[in-house]
Design a protein around this ligand. Structure first.
Ligand SMILES: [Ca+2]
Length: 366
C-alpha cells in the first residue's frame, strides 16, 4: 500500500515537472515565433525596396522615348531616396475621344440644378435628406465658404448623400494642372473632375466627414477604401490632408501602413498638397512635376489618384506616374475608374436605402 502512495506521489511530481517544462518550452516558442515574424516583416520590407530599385534600374536601361524630359541625369541611388522618382517624364496627355462632347467641360460651366426649396444645402447629404434621390449635379453652399453655390455631383446610390470630390473614368481630362486650377477645381462634374481644394476645405471643415474611395481596374474588379475624419486644411496651410481610421478592401494606401518602413516616405497623412508649380512635398525633387498630377505627395506616394491615365492598366514610365493605389494593384498598374466621395459621418440612411438595414415585414417563415 505504502509503495502505491509513493508511486502516485512520484507520478505527480513527474507530471508537474513535465507541465512546467512544457510551459517554459511554449513560452520560448512564442518568443521565437514573434522574433521570426518581426524578421519576416523586415525582410518583406527589404524585398519591396529591392523590387522598386530593380524596376528603376530596368527603366534606366531601356532606351528613352523621345518625349522624355531632355538630358535629365537621374540622381544617384540613395537609401534615403529609394522611391522611383528619378527623371521627369513628359507623358503626352491622353488623346481626347472625338465622341465626347466637351462643350460643358469646366465645373464653372455646369448649369447647377436649383435645390428643391429655397434652403441652401451644405452638401449632398442635405440634398438627399431634402428628398432628392436622383444622382446628378446639384448646387450646394458649404458653410464658411463664399456665399455662392457650388455645383457638385451627388451620388444618391451606395446609401445616398455622397458629395463627389474626384472622378476618373476614361482619361479625357488632364489632371496635370496648376495650383490655381486645383484650388478652384476643373473638369466636368458628370464625368472626370476635381472639385477644387477650396471647396474640399470648406466642405470638410463643416463637420466630421467620411471619405470613401471607389476603385476599379481594367479587368472589372472593384475595391474600396474608407477613411474616417477626412479633412483638408485651407490654402494658408497648403490644403494639408488629415484622415482617421481606415476600413475597406483596397488596402490602406493613404497611410501606407501595409509594410513597415514604407509609411515614412509614402504615407499621405499630414502632407501638404503639391502641384507642378507648387512643390510642398518631402522629396528633394518635385513629385508633382515627375508624377504629373496634383496630390498630397510625401517622397512620393503610395496612392496617386490624380496621376496620368494610362489606358489598359499595366504601364511603363520613367516614374510611377499612373493612377495608382499601391496596396491593391501596385505602382505599375494604372486604374480604370476612381471616385472619391465624402459624407458626414453622422449621416443616417433610410432603411429603404441602407443595404445593412434589417428588413422588416419580410415573408414569414413557413
Ligand atoms: Ca520637393
Amino acid at each position: 500500500m505504502g509503495g502505491c502512495v509513493q508511486l502516485l506521489l512520484l507520478a505527480l511530481v513527474v507530471l508537474k515537472a513535465a507541465s512546467l517544462t512544457l510551459a517554459a518550452v511554449s513560452e520560448r516558442c512564442a518568443e521565437e515565433l514573434s522574433r521570426l515574424r518581426e524578421q519576416e516583416k523586415l525582410l518583406k520590407s527589404k524585398v519591396l525596396k529591392q523590387e522598386i530599385l530593380l524596376h528603376r534600374l530596368q527603366l534606366l536601361n531601356q532606351p528613352r522615348p523621345h518625349k522624355t524630359a531632355a538630358n535629365q541625369e537621374p540622381p544617384p541611388l540613395s537609401p534615403d531616396d529609394d522611391h522611383t522618382h528619378k527623371t521627369a517624364a513628359n507623358q503626352e496627355p491622353p488623346p481626347l475621344s472625338p465622341d465626347d462632347d466637351h462643350t460643358h467641360k469646366t465645373a464653372a460651366n455646369q448649369e447647377p440644378l436649383p435645390p428643391d426649396d429655397h434652403t441652401q444645402h451644405r452638401d449632398c447629404s442635405q440634398v438627399f435628406q431634402s428628398g432628392s434621390r436622383s444622382s446628378g449635379v446639384y448646387a450646394v453652399t458649404p458653410q464658411g465658404g463664399s456665399a455662392a453655390p457650388v455645383s457638385v455631383y451627388c451620388d444618391m446610390s451606395d446609401g445616398g448623400g455622397w458629395t463627389l470630390v474626384q472622378r476618373r473614368v476614361d482619361g479625357t481630362e488632364s489632371f496635370n494642372r496648376s495650383w490655381a486650377e486645383y484650388r478652384s477645381g476643373f473638369g466636368d462634374s458628370r464625368s472626370e473632375f476635381w472639385v477644387g481644394n477650396d471647396n474640399l476645405h470648406h466642405l470638410t471643415a463643416q463637420g466630421d466627414y467620411v471619405l470613401r474611395i471607389h476603385l476599379e481596374d481594367f479587368e472589372g474588379n472593384q475595391r474600396y477604401a474608407e477613411y474616417k475624419n477626412f479633412t483638408v486644411a485651407n490654402e494658408e496651410d497648403q490644403y494639408r490632408l488629415a484622415f482617421g481610421e481606415f476600413s475597406g478592401t483596397a488596402g490602406d494606401a493613404l497611410s501606407a501602413s501595409y509594410q513597415p518602413g514604407v509609411s515614412a516616405w509614402a504615407s499621405h497623412q499630414g502632407m501638404a498638397f503639391s502641384t507642378h508649380d507648387r512643390d510642398n512635398d518631402r522629396y528633394r525633387g518635385s513629385c508633382a512635376l515627375e508624377d504629373q498630377g496634383g496630390w498630397w505627395f510625401n517622397r512620393c506616394h503610395s496612392a496617386h489618384l490624380n496621376g496620368v491615365y494610362h489606358r489598359g492598366g499595366p504601364y511603363s514610365a520613367a516614374t510611377d506616374d499612373g493612377v495608382v493605389w499601391f496596396p491593391w494593384r501596385g505602382w505599375w498598374y494604372s486604374l480604370k475608374t476612381t471616385v472619391m466621395k465624402i459624407r458626414p459621418s453622422r449621416f443616417k440612411m433610410d432603411a429603404d436605402h441602407d443595404p445593412n438595414a434589417v428588413k422588416r415585414n419580410v415573408t414569414p417563415r413557413p
